[in-house]
Design a protein around this ligand. Structure first.
Ligand SMILES: [Zn+2]
Length: 450
C-alpha cells in the first residue's frame, strides 16, 4: 500500500516533520519513506491512498487503562459523594467490578476500543478486574481487541480484598494467559500479557510473595502510591513506604509498571530509577480523585522511565497531554513547569519504549523503515508554521481528536474517512446500553455489601 501526499511526523530521534511525502507499507510494516514524486514512480499501487496533505503520525499509545470501567460513565452513587480515594474504591469501583459478567466485559472493552480507534490510540496497556467473572476474562478482552484490530497488553488485577479464593483465581488467570501468549508462537500477535496486581493496600505479604513465586522472571502491572491511603497502609503493614515494600517482595524491575506514584518521596523515586521500573502518569484521573499531583518532573529528572496513561478516561491521549501540561503549571504556580516537549517525552518516546517491553520483535511508535504501520491521519490546518521543534506545542494548543480521519494498525485501516471498519459501532453502543443498565442494577444491589 502506498500513502501519498502526507505531512509526516516521524517521532524519530530527532523528530522530523516532512512535507509531500509518501510511505510504502507491506505486510504490516513501513518499508520506505520518501518524496511522493519519487515513490509513485517506483511502487505501482493501482489505488494509492491520497493523504491530501494531512499529517501522518504514529498512533498514540496509552500506558495504563481500564476497559472494564466503561460502564461507570453516568452512574449515580447511591449515597453521599466519596470523600477520599478509599471511598471512591468502596463506593464506585468495587461494587461496579463485582457486577460484571463476561458479556459486560466484552462490551465495555468494545466501546473503549471503538473510542480508541476514533481517537487514534493504537496500543493500550489494560488492567482488568471482575471478581465474579475471573476465569477466562482475559480471553474475552483479547477477542474484543482482536476484532477491533488494535494492540493491547492484558492482565488481571490480583487482590486480597475478596478473600483468598478470588486472589488465587486472579493469579491463575494471569498465569493461564501469560502461558497462552508465550506458547502461541505468533510473533505478529497484537496482544501481549503481563501479571496484574491491584495495589499494595489490598495485597498481603503472603499474596505478594505468592505472585512473585508464580511469576519469577516476568513483570507486574500494579497501582502504587495513588493516594495517601496506600502509603499509610504500607507503613502500618511493613514499616516501609509502598515502593520499598514492593521492592522487598521482588515486584520492581525492567518489566514492571507502577501506575500513578503520586505520593512518592525522593528515596522511592531513586529506587524506581535504580531498578529501571516503569511508572505511568494519569493526570486527569489524579485530579478527578483528588489524590494530589505526581512529582513527574522530579521523576523525569531522575531519569525514571515515565509513560502516560489515561486510567480509563476517554482514549484521546492528546487530552491527557493537555492535562499533564496544565496541571504542573497550575499546581506549582509557575508557567515554566512541564514544557510540552517533556510531555512528548512521556507520551511518545517513553510510551514507545514501554511498547517494546511487550512487543520485543516490533518497532512501534515511530515512522521509519521497518517500523509497524500503526498510523493516524490528522486533518490539521495550522495557521502558524509547524516545525519539529514546536510540534509538541502545536499538539497541546492545536491538535484535536476530531481532526483524526484515519487509524491504521499493522498496515490495516481500522478507520478510514472517519468510518470504523472493524467494529459495528451502532450495534456495540445499543447492546452496551442494555448491558450497562443491568450492571447498574446489580451495582445498586451490591452497594454497601462489601
Ligand atoms: Zn488505574
Amino acid at each position: 500500500m502506498l500513502i501519498t501526499n502526507a505531512k509526516i511526523v516521524t517521532w524519530g530521534n530527532p523528530n522530523q516533520v516532512l512535507e509531500n511525502q509518501a510511505v510504502f507499507i507491506k505486510d504490516g510494516l513501513i518499508r520506505e519513506i520518501g518524496p511522493t514524486s519519487d515513490l509513485v514512480k517506483r511502487y505501482s499501487d493501482p489505488a494509492p491512498v491520497d493523504a491530501k496533505e494531512q499529517f501522518l503520525l504514529p498512533g498514540s499509545i496509552c500506558a495504563h487503562t481500564h476497559f472494564y470501567g466503561a460502564f461507570a460513565r453516568g452512574l449515580a452513587i447511591p449515597s453521599a459523594s466519596p470523600r477520599d480515594f478509599p471511598e471512591i474504591l468502596n463506593k464506585l469501583w468495587w461494587p461496579l467490578d463485582k457486577s460484571l459478567t463476561h458479556e459486560d466485559i466484552r462490551y465495555s472493552a468494545l466501546v473503549s476500543l471503538a473510542d480508541a480507534i476514533r481517537n487514534g490510540t493504537t496500543l493500550l496497556v489494560d488492567h482488568h478486574a471482575s471478581p465474579n467473572a475471573i476465569d477466562g476474562s482475559l480471553d474475552v478482552i483479547e477477542e474484543a481487541v482482536d476484532t477491533a484490530g488494535v494492540r493491547a497488553v492484558l492482565c488481571y488485577e490480583v487482590s486480597d480484598r475478596d478473600g483468598p479464593e478470588k486472589a488465587e483465581a486472579g493469579i491463575r488467570e494471569n498465569l493461564r494467559y501469560i502461558q497462552k501468549k508465550s506458547t502461541d508462537g505468533d510473533l505478529r500477535s497484537k496482544t501481549s500479557a503481563t501479571f496484574g496486581l491491584h495495589a499494595s493496600l489490598t495485597l498481603s505479604d503472603k499474596t505478594l510473595d505468592r505472585c512473585k513465586e508464580a511469576n519469577p522472571t516476568g513483570g507486574f502491572h500494579i497501582h502504587a502510591a495513588e493516594g495517601d491511603a496506600d502509603q499509610l497502609d504500607s507503613l502500618a503493614k511493613s514499616g516501609m513506604r509502598v515502593v520499598n515494600r514492593l521492592h522487598s517482595h521482588g515486584i520492581l524491575g525492567e518489566k514492571t509498571i507502577l501506575a500513578h506514584c503520586v505520593r512518592v518521596d525522593s528515596g522511592e523515586i531513586d529506587l524506581l530509577s535504580q531498578t529501571k521500573t516503569w511508572v505511568t502518569h494519569q493526570p486527569r484521573s489524579n485530579m478527578n480523585n483528588g489524590v494530589g499531583t505526581a512529582p513527574v518532573e522530579a521523576m523525569l529528572n531522575a531519569g525514571l522511565r515515565l509513560g502516560l496513561g489515561n486510567d480509563g478516561f476517554t482514549n484521546d491521549m492528546w487530552q491527557e497531554w493537555k492535562a499533564a501540561y496544565l496541571l504542573q503549571k497550575s499546581w506549582h504556580r509557575d508557567p515554566r513547569r512541564m514544557p510540552a516537549d517533556e510531555v512528548a517525552k512521556m507520551a511518545v518516546y517513553n510510551n514507545a519504549a514501554l511498547a517494546t517491553v511487550f512487543f520485543p520483535e516490533s518497532l512501534i511508535g515511530t515512522i521509519a523503515p521497518g517500523a509497524c504501520a500503526d498510523l493516524i491521519l490528522v486533518d490539521y490546518h495550522p495557521f502558524t508554521p509547524v516545525t519539529a521543534a514546536n510540534l509538541p506545542w502545536q499538539i497541546i494548543f492545536g491538535f484535536q481528536e476530531r481532526m483524526i480521519t484515519a487509524t491504521m494498525v499493522d498496515g490495516k485501516f481500522l478507520m478510514k474517512d472517519r468510518q470504523l471498519l472493524t467494529l459495528d459501532e451502532e450495534e456495540i453502543t445499543s447492546r452496551a446500553k442494555v448491558l450497562a443498565q443491568k450492571v447498574w442494577k446489580r451495582y445498586n444491589e451490591k452497594f454497601g455489601t462489601g
